[in-house]
Design a binder for this molecule. Sequence first.
Ligand code: FAD
Ligand code: NAP
Length: 536
Amino acid sequence: MSDDQHTTELDAVVVGAGFAGMYMLHRLRSIGRAGRVFEAGSGVGGTWFWNRYPGARCDVESMEYSYQFDDALQQEWEWSERYATQPEILRYANHVADRFDLRRDIQFDTRVLSAVFDEGPGRWAITTSDGGQWSAQFLIMGTGCLSSTNTPHFEGIGSFEGPTYHTGQWPPDGVDFTGQRVGVIGTGSSAIQSIPIIAEQAADLTIFQRTANYSVPAHNGPLDPDAVREIRAHYADFRAANSLMPGAFGSTVPRGETSVLEATPEEIEADLESRWERGGLTFLAGFNDFMLDANANEIAAEFVRRKIRSIVDDPATAELLCPHHVIGCKRLCVDTGYFATFNKSHVHLVDVSEHPIECITPKGLRTGGTEYEFDSLVFATGFDAMTGTLLKIDVRGVGGRTLQDAWNAGPRTYLGLNVHGFPNFFTISGPGSPSVLTNMMVSIEQHVNWIADCIAFLSEHGKNRIEATEQAQDEWVEVINMIAGATLLNNCNSWYLGANVPGKTRVFMPFPGFPTYVEVCNDIVANGYRGFELAE
Ligand code: FAD
Ligand code: NAP
């Protein structure tokens, strides 16, 4: 490291100290490169640092949602439940930071504001919120897919007299809603996890629903020590089997390879019922065409609607809670007691699909001409996903072109790893990679390993610069459109498409299919980084 006119020189700047940034730092060290991580928050863990709302937990099982790069770590860390809670995952992130001595190269409470590629030296000039200036050969974004909260621009939003909370920026010390009248806006995964817990405390709880959501039970519980022992005895094999699954998880649950349209009603019922009883995200894995054929999809959708009607006592409320879009085209929710919460007399559901929320008022909010009054208001309104956080940073590549400009018609990347015109710039789980369609721990490790190997390859071959060609990037964007277009993933207003943020360009952002993606990445490397330009 050298210091020149207050600019500190580094091999790599990593943005974000979630699971992506932490492992990236570890890998940079392993290839002998000096990296520094900047993190806006005051601790590690990213998602699990910020999303401390009641009931926050994983929807991927804990033996799978963890790092696999270090066998001693996965052998020694004890998960307590089938689905880990947010506090437990945050403890794990802190344990990893200590175990691998990561903190000495992480600067907390520091936001990266801008990064400009200086073509002369071929380095990134980076500025941070503490006034720091940094020069790095590589700029690596571990900024997360779900790290910029989305709060709709409701009229009067600042006028509410009570406290407001966003699930994605929850106060670290928690919130006690005991005896309060509480309003919750949204019925996505964050709402579906938090509503049953908030209902236990609140005197009166009103949920404002724009789109009903599909949710399957978690059937969470303590981990079975025998099952844990069995996984640990063959952990590498377990990980390898999971990496061959489309979402990089769930290899122990049988998958069906036949069409639901060719099955008998009894076979279908038995399969869906057993998956409902098992719980979790493998609910749609029993047949191979739930996400390919609208008639097939409707069968699973109607099964869930029947379950909702059987759980919720009041028929009108049950009908309002029944979703009617394609099941699986938004990430399936996994809940504990969500639908049954609506049987409590102090829990109310207000449909805002036809009468949008008009405004926030000093006492509550107004919709359909009625004012609802609360003591506290919770925004469970999600994120400006996949691109929001990246575009908040003023990133300028070759010729001063901004990332904002390069992506004005939606994100364009090669493999979700690099952007043409932005040399030595890497995005971990960037748009164009499987990321949010998978167990993200697996996707993150695959990307970090690819990037670290690439940096090592460049030095070994006397190269200093790597950049995707425009042609390779165009072809990759086409491939994603083609694959996603052949599924039902495009068929609803999901955040995968950016449809949840008014004005955002509607483009399907993640790449469906983890194993295919890994094959392509490996093949590109085996062919001398095909589609990239490498220069001295
Ligand atoms: P993040 O954890 O989002 O970390 C990014 C970090 O970058 C943040 O700490 C942020 O503060 C920092 N940052 C951003 N911009 C800047 C800047 N300009 N300067 C400095 N720092 C910056 N995935 C699953 O696979 N299974 C699950 O069950 C699951 N559950 C989830 C539950 C919730 C509530 C949410 C929101 C997401 C969930 N996810 C889940 C996705 C989750 O985001 C990933 O699994 C994973 O934690 C992402 O890690 P990351 O390091 O890539 O990003
Ligand atoms: P989300 O799925 O985007 O849900 C946001 C909710 O807010 C939706 O119900 C949305 O309605 C509603 N909303 C947004 N703007 C609104 C408006 N103007 N008026 C009324 N309602 C509005 O966000 P999230 O629940 O935070 O989840 C985001 C992702 O994070 C998940 O898909 C998942 O990947 C991850 N996550 C995972 C877990 C887990 O189980 N481990 C938990 C939480 C989050 P519409 O549907 O009509 O847009």
